[in-house]
Design a protein around this ligand. Structure first.
Ligand SMILES: C[S@@+](CC[C@H](N)C(=O)[O-])C[C@H]1O[C@@H](n2cnc3c(N)ncnc32)[C@H](O)[C@@H]1O
Length: 361
């Protein structure tokens, strides 16, 4: 067997990469092969992931279930807003995850739960999760809260995966992992790619499953061979992403200022509804606030957001905003500005309202 055959045999094809070619270079990529084998070996009924972002890890679980013809329920929980470590990102990330599901995994049993981890918690029975992957914010307190609140939901013989446990990351997750890894049935850990901890809750499952994995496969695979280039690639990737973000910010900043100018020009400082809850809407909110404009409500189409709060301000439907007598609407979206403005306009006309104003950048 030649070198190429040795290292390429039995390597899965992660189809999601076609829609998002950066996935093989992201911090989770070096664990995909193990994640894939884990799902195919354990044949879980339910996998839950806390923290999905672009879906490098999630789509590895999904691919494994697809290739093995498993009916595994695969659930991703994320606000898809980002956090201070992953960075705050735009709607395009969630849209790409949705598109990946539609394109390659439409027949899989997948649920994308767009909410906070603690909100999702109430939807799960105790002991109902076979594999839980914790990969949210990596501060010690966050990881501890995620672990302790979700542990009862995992089957007593289940597995908990924790990312970012390599000591060199300096993250609280690495410290927390070292505190708990000996307290359950057994564990294995990978220290490449920010580190992955695999916690078997029951000694029986630790004994049973550990022997199933061919660890050489993970260290010898092409993924591991790419490791030495990966850090460099990731640095370059973040550099590019940050530059792109900065350029967008500069561009968008003028859009936000333009809306603020329009409002102040028209002497409007109050009774304003901001339509949208994405990254542009949130930045716009800050600019309006600094400019002395008070946003009364956020308006969003997503029913699941109604009644929730953003910056301590209620998110409501357009009908509810109209019912509350709001006449000034600011469009908080860049990509769908016209669509949002049209929708607001139709609702105002339908409700027989006059003297309204809609502001678009
Ligand atoms: C490190 S990234 C996940 C990386 C992903 N597993 C991968 O394979 O690339 C963390 C994600 O967790 C989400 N997140 C962090 N804390 C959260 C919370 N409390 N509730 C919901 N989502 C959260 C962020 O929006 C972010 O997308």
């Amino acid at each position: 067997m030649n070198f190429k055959e040795k290292f390429t045999q039995n390597l899965p094809k992660f189809e999601a990469d076609a829609l998002n070619p950066i996935l093989p270079y992201t911090p989770w990529a070096g664990h995909r092969l193990f994640a894939y084998d884990l799902v195919q070996t354990l044949r879980p009924n339910r996998v839950v992931e806390l923290g999905t972002h672009y879906g490098c890890s999630f789509f590895a679980f999904v691919q494994a279930a697809k290739d093995a013809g498993l009916g595994t329920e695969l659930i991703a929980v994320d606000t898809w807003w980002g956090d201070e470590q992953a960075g705050f990102y735009g709607e395009d990330v969630f849209e790409r995850v949705q598109k990946t599901v539609e394109t390659y995994y439409a027949r899989q049993n997948i649920r994308l739960m767009r909410c906070w981890f603690h909100e999702a918690l109430t939807h799960f029975e105790d002991g109902s999760i076979d594999i839980l992957h914790i990969d949210g914010c990596h501060h010690y307190e966050n990881v501890r809260e995620d672990f302790e609140s979700w542990l009862p939901k995992v089957h007593p013989e289940g597995v908990v995966l924790m990312h970012d446990i390599a000591p060199r990351t300096g993250y609280g997750s690495a410290k927390f992992w070292r505190e708990i890894r000996d307290k359950f049935g057994g564990y294995i850990e990978f220290l490449n790619d920010w580190g992955l901890g695999v916690l078997f809750l029951h000694p029986r499952s630790a004994d049973r499953w550990k022997s199933f994995f061919d660890f050489n496969r993970y260290s010898e695979s092409l993924y591991a061979l790419m490791d030495k280039y990966k850090l460099e690639l990731i640095d370059k990737w973040y550099e590019t992403v940050n530059l792109r973000k900065r350029i967008d910010e500069l561009k968008n900043n003028s859009k936000e200022q333009s809306i603020l100018r329009q409002l102040l020009w028209n002497d409007i400082c109050d009774h304003v509804a901001l339509c949208g809850t994405g990254s542009f809407a949130r930045r716009l909110y800050e600019v309006l606030k600094q400019g002395g404009v008070r946003v009364e409500v956020f308006v969003d189409r997503d029913e699941q957001l109604w009644g929730k709060k953003l910056f301590d301000i209620e998110i409501v439907s357009i009908e509810e905003a109209i019912r509350r007598g709001i006449r000034f609407y600011v469009v908080g979206s860049v990509s769908f500005a016209e669509e949002v403005a049209d929708r607001v306009k139709s609702a105002l006309i339908k409700n027989g309202i006059d003297n309204w104003r809609i502001f678009v950048f």
